[in-house]
Design a protein around this ligand. Structure first.
Ligand code: UD1
Length: 339
């Protein structure tokens, strides 16, 4: 299939492009490079030994999107392009609603207008809010704590309504848990701009000495050791999950959790990282981060049953690959003052 991947130069998008190319699909990337680098396109081509078509465009711009759809015969869209920093979404809600929700509307409208029947959407476990774990796809969604989360909830609702109104359009909504790790080549991985918000990139930068110490946000949660529990999933497994969702996409709307089904605490993750990589990750316990929940992990039975997909890689390979990428990532050290 000829697949349009929005946000294909980003962290999850780039790994998914490689998985798609490996599975024999052709890839067109649309990305405005707002949180990614042009260089990643070259790396995707070098890893997969295949060429991709790249458009540097903003997919909330209808004209740019229609231009791509009119130039290529597209069979499916995977829509990753989105802002994802939670704190920033609280500071600039309008930017988040505009960028994340309008892009989804523009793209699904283009699918309708150009007769593209398959749409895969990048959602998040954040839509479950503070439900009881494990999170199951059929649960009622609870309010999220930030505009970013709301943009995912709104986009899901829009896609569900549009797909229900159009028998020629099939939609797969993928709710990611916590993607970590990197491609085994060490060439692509997660390289956030500025100080990372998420745990694994923070750990790798502390281990490398770019940052001094990790702050563990709270040790008084009702979890195994008091620190937050999350379902970390290797980005390569996540990428394969997209290929499975796309290739098995049948009529209607389908929602799947992409996680491992296993929860890991912050302290367990630090320990695993230190043990497998033989490095130290200095940390200190701090207060809770506003908006965080105790535990978040997936029920993965639906995706296994319906798509035959299951995460294969364990926590140790996630830690190993994340560290390999950090070591290869020769960016200038951030000059960040802490404490
Ligand atoms: C958050 C979002 C999720 C989003 C993801 C990627 C929520 C509830 N979750 O996930 O939707 O897709 O980011 O942007 O909105 N932690 C520390 N120290 C740190 C960083 C994190 O202790 O420096 C802890 C957190 O408290 C949490 C765990 O590590 O318990 C994971 O945090 P993080 O990597 O930021 O991901 P989430 O908050 O789970």
């Amino acid at each position: 299939m000829n697949i349009l991947v929005t946000g294909g130069a980003g962290y999850i998008g780039s790994h998914t492009c490689i998985a798609l190319l490996k599975a024999g699909h052709d890839v067109i990337i649309a990305d405005n490079l707002s949180n990614s680098k042009r260089d990643t396109i070259k790396k995707i081509e070098s890893i997969s030994k295949k060429e991709v078509i790249f458009y540097e465009v903003d997919v909330s711009c209808e004209k740019s999107v229609n231009n791509i759809f009119s130039k290529h015969i597209i069979q499916g869209v995977i829509h990753f392009a989105s802002f994802k920093a939670i704190g920033e979404s609280v500071q600039n809600p309008l930017e988040y609603y505009y960028n994340n929700v309008v892009s989804t509307m523009v793209l699904i409208k283009a699918c309708e207008n150009f007769g593209v029947g398959k749409f895969v959407f990048s959602s998040s476990a954040t839509v479950y809010g503070n439900n009881e774990v494990p999170f199951v796809e059929s649960m009622n969604l609870l309010p999220t704590t930030n505009p970013y989360g709301e943009t995912k909830v709104m986009s899901e609702r829009i896609l569900i309504d549009v797909a229900n109104s159009n028998p020629y359009l099939s939609v797969s909504i993928l709710r990611y848990f916590n993607p970590v790790g990197a491609h085994e080549s060490g060439l692509i991985g997660e390289s956030p701009n500025g100080v990372p918000n998420n745990l694994m990139p923070y750990i790798t930068q502390v281990a490398k000495g770019k940052l001094k110490k990790l702050s563990v946000f709270g040790d008084d949660y009702s979890t195994i050791d008091g620190t937050g529990v999350r379902d970390y999933i290797h980005v390569l497994d996540l990428a394969d999950g997209h290929v499975a969702a796309l290739e098995n996409l049948i009529e209607g709307v389908h929602i799947y959790n992409l996680g491992t089904g296993k929860g890991t605490s912050v302290l367990e993750l630090i320990k695993a990282f230190e043990e497998v990589n033989l490095v130290e990750v200095p940390y200190q316990i701090c207060g809770r981060r506003p908006g965080d929940i105790d535990s978040c992990f997936a029920d993965v039975s639906k995706v296994a049953r319906e798509l035959g997909w299951r995460a294969k890689r364990d926590l140790l390979s996630m830690c190993r690959d994340a560290w390999e990428f950090e070591k290869n990532n020769q960016e200038i050290c951030l000059n960040v003052s802490e404490e």
